[in-house]
Ligand binder design. Structure first.
Ligand SMILES: CC(C)(COP(=O)(O)OP(=O)(O)OC[C@H]1O[C@@H](n2cnc3c(N)ncnc32)[C@H](O)[C@@H]1OP(=O)(O)O)[C@@H](O)C(=O)NCCC(=O)NCCS
Length: 150
């Protein structure tokens, strides 16, 4: 497995996987394109084979001077629950700490019923805010804000 920066050549495969997983909550292809072009942390996990299958990706933006926000993160359904999400999140936290020294806090939003993702974030010591944010997603679902002090 390899973790690399996403480039504009990955736009189609990233956007297809995004829509397959997040459906009506998916980011538009235009937004994904913008995020690739901006200088955010946009990492992909690929297998080491010749065809380089996209296993997952993660998008981080700096939404405040001292805060990074994980705004998108997924692992291909065929590869979930095999430790790849943990691998990609671990590497992302390390790169934020290394590349963005001013960052004091990493935040993210997660659907209140996404217990697998919540467990993963808690494994990395993210703390869940007790109060949820109503109607956070396009689909009308609520979200928790989770935070990690770096
Ligand atoms: C959430 C997601 C990124 C996790 O990635 P993953 O590769 O499946 O996660 P891992 O295999 O590294 O597992 C991480 C932890 O999640 C929990 N977990 C994973 N699969 C689980 C399952 N089937 N049942 C219960 N808990 C599970 C475990 O606590 C696990 O840690 P452990 O194995 O050390 O106990 C992935 O499931 C996914 O892409 N889901 C759809 C998109 C999504 O919800 N993204 C997050 C948006 S906030």
């Amino acid at each position: 497995m390899k973790i690399k920066d996403v480039s504009i050549r990955d736009l189609r495969s990233i956007s297809n996987l995004e829509h397959q997983i997040f459906k009506e909550n998916a980011f538009s292809i235009k937004l994904v394109e913008k995020l690739i072009q901006q200088n955010t942390l946009f990492l992909k996990l690929e297998d080491g084979k010749i065809m380089k299958k996209l296993i997952g990706f993660i998008v981080v933006i700096k939404d405040r001077e001292d805060q990074a926000n994980i705004i998108n993160f997924l692992i291909h359904p065929q590869f979930q629950s095999k430790g790849y999400g943990s691998l990609l999140l671990q590497e992302t936290i390390e790169r934020i700490k290394k590349r963005l020294k001013e960052i004091k806090k990493i935040v993210l939003n997660v659907q209140v019923n996404n217990s697998i993702a919540i467990k993963l974030y808690e494994k990395f010591n993210f703390q869940k805010n007790s109060k949820s944010i109503e109607n956070y997603y396009q689909s009308g679902e609520d979200a928790y804000l989770m935070e990690l002090s770096t």
